[in-house]
Every structure is written in C-alpha cells, then in structure tokens.
Design a protein around this ligand. Structure first.
Ligand code: NAP
Length: 561
C-alpha cells in the first residue's frame, strides 16, 4: 500500500475509485461540505481508466479542451493541453496535477481494493472491507469505479497453456510490451484495438488482427494545438462550458439542425467529405437524424464503407473490413490514426473470426475453426470490458435485508437516474447504468453527477435527513424510460454492443446507458431535486411527490449522434 493514510474507523463518506469521478467527489464533499471523506483506490496511482489503459496508441477520443474538469476557472486557466486529443500520459499528468492542486492525495488510499460493502440498517452505516482485511464505516458510500474498468478477457480454452506472453489492453504492464520482430495476435477491433493496431504494427515482426465484428472508423486527425487555439480555450472557457453543458453528448460541438434527406445527394457527399477531412467524433454531428432514421444512417454507413474500400489495397481484406453489420454509431464509433492504412503493410494480416471463430489457444498460438493454427509470440486482448455493471458488482455490495446488488440486478441493472438503487440507502453511483455516461464526453456527466450527489448530501444534512434511496416504482419507471429512450434511436440495432452487455457471455441483454441526451437528463435530475427529491424516500418517509413520466425521448436529442 502506498501513500498510507492513518486508518479512520468512521467517515462521513467513503468513495471508491480515484479517477475523474472519485477525485472530484472527494474535493466536493471534503472541501465544499466539510465532511470527513476518503477515497479507496485499487491502483497504485490516481487516474482510473487512464492508470490501467496504457496500451500502445492509448489516447482519448474526446478533444482535449473538452476532456477536462470545468468546475475551476483557475484550473482551466493554468492547464494547457498540447494536442487535439490528449494521450494517456498527458491525461495522467493532468489528473496528478489536479490531485496535487486540490491536495487530494492525502485522503486517497492507494493500493486498496474493496472486497465487500455491507449496509447496516440499525446503525444506518456502510461497512466496507478491503482485500487486505481493513475495515471502514461511512454514512455515505459513493462508487466511482468507472464504466469501463472491469477487463473482459475471453474464456478461451487453452489460454493458460500459451507459451508466449498475453496481455489485456485494460491491464497493460507498466513496463510496456516489446513487440520488436515478434509475431503478435490482436483480438478485438473496438475503439481500443483500432488505436492499438497501427502502433503495434510499427515494431512487430508480424501483426495478425482477429476481427469478429468489423467496425467503422473516422480519422482522428490528431495534431499539436496551435498557440491561437490554446489562447482561445483560455479566453473562452465560459462559452466552451456552456456548449458542453448544452449539447446532448457533452462534446464541444453542436449537432447540425439539418436532416440527411433535406439536402441533395451531392450536397450530402460534400458534407460527409468535409466532416471526414475535419476528423473525429464530430462526423456524427453532420446531420441530426443519423441515429434516428435507418435510411439516413445508411448514407453515412455507405460513405464510410466506401472510404475503407478506397484505402485498402487488397480486395479480400477490404471486403472483410467493410463488411459491417450495424448502423454507423450504433456501437461506440471509434476514431483512428492510420488504422485501415495499417492493413496495407506487408507485416499486417486480418483473420475473420466471425466466419472462423477462435476455438482454442495452444502453446504456439491461436487455432481458428478452419483448423488453422496462427503461431504467435504475443497475444493482445483488445476485448473490452464487462462494462457499466462489472466493476460495481465486483465490489460485493449488500444492501438492506441482506440483498446483494448482484441479486437486485440479476435481470439487468435497475437504478433511479443511474444514481441509486432501491434497497441500497445512501449509496450513490457516479455515471451508473441508467445515466448518460458512456454516450457522452465523460467529464461532463461526471461533473453533473458529482455535483448532484453533493447537493443531495448537503440537503440531507441541512434537513436532518438520515437516509435516501429511490422508491422501487420510481426506479422501475426510470428503467422503462431508459428503454424508451434507447428504442427511439438505432442504438439497440447493434446486437454485439457492450451498451447491451452482449460482449460478455451470460450477461443480461439490457440497454444500459441513458440515450435521452445529457441536457435533458440534467434537467430531469434538477427538476427531481427541486421537487424535494421526487421518487426518492427520504429518511424513511416517502418523498412528497411521485416521479412522473419522463417524457418520450426526442430522437433529435440522441447523444449517440
Ligand atoms: P469493445 O468496444 O468492447 O471492443 C472489443 C472488441 O473485442 C470487439 O471487436 C469484440 O468483438 C472483440 N471481442 C471480444 N471478445 C471476443 C472474442 N471472444 N473473440 C473475438 N473477438 C472478441 O472494447 P474496447 O475497444 O476496449 O472499447 C470499449 C470502450 O472503451 C469504447 O467503446 C469506448 O467507449 C472506450 N474507449 C475509449 C477510448 C478513447 O476515448 N480513446 C479508447 C478505447 C476505448 P464484438 O464486437 O464482436 O463483440
């Protein structure tokens, strides 16, 4: 355990996780409300997802000036990003800078993995245990464990027998992996695999990419930031903040008002070409109906598939890469730096594991269903995460009447606003399932959740409220609304998406993030708080109002765009 903090038997608030969420939550509860608060963090450093995801090419897809905290003008004024998209190392420098600036590290206990959290109804306390056997109690338990932090290593027979080295991108060794002249197999072509492959290919002897679901990608067009842009960020951060908080997905760009079929085919082509040249996630914002209307989406999909065919020299490889089975952006759309171009290298090849699934791993490599043994020295699993619920369920949470969170969520997560679950009083989740979270530029929903939770706790303390939890009916209505919001978009059409839990065998297929848009979500949360925490039970008494319906999702507001 590093950065030791003297054990405290009781705290007002215990926060699990020291990424973007946990650090800001600590600052709010400790420095704004004056509570005793501590963060328990499994890693040996702050940074959350960026601490673990050190794979080659790891870089955020959000533009750096938006991938920042906006709560402190001073912080905004003093920090300067160097590139259009922040790389993993720069994000780590940023988060450490924040931790130092706000003197957070003295209350962050590193190297401490939580193994159980149990609600004690009589004492109205959470008892938390760690793997090292330490125990804590706290009035409020805030889970800040991230949506994409529980690595999904596929259960492939024979993995243990592999004579080479295997790694998961989400648990990348700090000392790095030397690919020089090695035969490398990369499984997975999501955002991570698409970032990693071209970088691995630069040093590997040979890289074989095992693709199950072909994916779209738009060039990131990363570049150093100009002095003029940096100055603009400093001068206009109020305006940038306003855009981030006003857009459905928390990105620093607005979604075009026009619809795909409002313009002629040639105008559309020109719009897509310009967006392609500009690069990045902004491509999704070219039209407002891309994620609402399949025919509209098809035009973007065809454009992007055409780009793949243009780039790839070998027709068979081009056909495999462009054989995409889902609407554009129905899975989280990757952006890349030279992904498709990498397949034109002599040392890169592609294997279609939809057609020939991986059957087993031998000491020598990966065997696919056609009987071919792909001999490898290193296997890189870019196979994603048990997203949104995995890390939460691993905490071993038990609520009122001994009910575990795993049991409460056996058919999929049931939350009210993604913030709380019935039966788990005073436990809050930052960017939990049922909140916009992963459909947005993450710092925006994180700041909104942290501030809502802070205000809620302040309200409780000011009004002598000992306990808060949702009414079961309010949570059920919220889950119905989350489904309704997703079904108003094309998002559920991607059958192999982690949004649905489909990437983890046996996981319930439930669309987990809230697709109604960040702006609408923020308004709903504010409205609920303003109405005396409508739909929550406060201190054993029912809230004075019952949660109404949350209004049908407006597809134009879809944050997937
Ligand atoms: P992912 O999107 O879940 O992709 C995992 C890949 O592994 C998919 O291609 C998947 O195929 C494949 N796969 C999984 N199990 C497999 C198996 N048993 N056999 C063959 N293939 C298998 O994971 P990710 O790429 O790590 O990205 C997860 C999320 O993290 C992203 O969507 C994004 O939100 C975030 N992320 C962000 C950034 C960034 O901002 N720069 C970078 C990386 C990741 P199927 O599609 O068929 O399941």
């Amino acid at each position: 355990m590093s950065d030791q903090v003297a054990a405290t038997p009781h705290l007002d608030a215990l926060i699990i996780g020291a990424g973007f969420s946990g650090m800001y939550q600590l600052h709010c509860l400790r420095d704004r409300l004056g509570l005793s608060a501590r963060v328990l963090e499994a890693a040996d450093g702050v940074g959350g997802t960026w601490y673990w995801n050190r794979y080659p090419g790891a870089r955020c897809d959000s533009e750096s000036h938006s991938y920042s905290y906006y709560f402190s003008d001073e912080l905004l004024e003093e920090w300067e990003w160097s590139e259009r998209y922040p790389g993993q190392a720069e994000i780590m420098r940023y988060l450490n800078h924040v931790a130092d600036k706000f003197d957070l590290k003295r209350d962050i206990q590193l190297g401490t993995r939580v193994s159980a959290a149990r609600y004690d109804e009589a004492a109205n306390l959470w008892h938390v245990e760690t793997e090292s056997g330490a125990g804590y109690s706290a009035t409020y338990l805030i889970t800040a464990v991230g949506c994409l932090s529980s690595a999904n290593v596929p259960d492939i027979p024979g993995l243990d027998s592999f004579a080479g080295q295997w790694v998961h991108t989400g648990q990348w060794p700090h000392e790095g992996v030397d690919f020089t002249r090695k035969r490398v197999g990369q499984v997975g072509t999501g955002s991570t695999g698409i970032q990693a492959a071209p970088v691995i290919a630069e040093t590997a002897g040979h890289l074989t990419v095992f693709q199950r679901t072909a994916n779209y990608s738009v060039p990131a067009r990363n570049a150093p930031l100009t002095e003029e842009f940096k100055r603009w960020c400093h001068e206009e951060h109020d305006e940038i903040r306003a855009v981030l908080q006003d857009t459905p997905n928390g990105h620093p760009f607005r979604i075009a008002d026009r619809k795909v079929f409002d313009v002629s085919a040639s105008e559309r082509q020109e719009i897509y070409e310009k967006a392609w040249e500009k690069g990045g996630l902004q491509f999704r914002a070219s039209f407002q109906d891309l994620l609402a209307d399949k025919a509209a989406n098809d035009t973007a999909a065809e454009f992007l598939k055409g780009k793949i065919r243009e780039v790839i020299k070998d027709p068979e490889t081009a056909a495999m890469l462009a054989d995409i089975d889902h609407p554009y952006a129905a899975k989280r759309p990757p952006i890349d730096t030279g992904y498709f171009e990498a397949f034109n290298r002599d040392n890169v090849s592609l294997v279609d594991v939809r057609k020939n699934p991986i059957e087993r791993i031998t000491p020598k490599g990966i065997v696919t269903a056609d009987g071919v043994e792909h001999e490898l020295d290193v296997i890189v699993f870019a196979t994603g995460f048990d997203a949104m619920t995995g890390a939460l369920l691993k905490l071993g949470v038990t609520g009122r009447d001994g009910q575990s969170l795993a049991d409460a969520w056996y058919a999929g997560p049931v939350t009210y606003l993604g913030l709380q679950s019935a039966g788990f009083p005073n436990m809050f989740t930052i960017t939990g399932p049922g909140s916009p979270s992963v459909l947005c530029n993450m710092p925006v929903p994180i700041e909104q959740h942290v501030e809502w939770i802070t205000d809620c706790i302040a309200h409780m303390r000011a009004n002598g409220i000992a306990r808060i939890e949702p009414e079961a009916e309010a949570a059920d209505r919220w889950v119905a609304h989350v489904n309704e919001a997703a079904n108003a978009t094309l998002l559920p059409l991607a059958k192999h998406s982690w949004y649905l839990g489909a990437n983890v065998p046996g996981k319930p297929r439930v669309f987990m993030p809230y697709a109604g848009g960040m702006k609408r979500y923020r308004d709903i949360c504010d409205d609920i708080a303003a109405k005396g925490y409508e739909g929550f039970v406060l201190d054993g008494a029912a809230g004075d109002a019952t949660a109404g319906d949350f209004a049908a999702a407006d597809s134009a507001d879809s944050p997937g765009i």
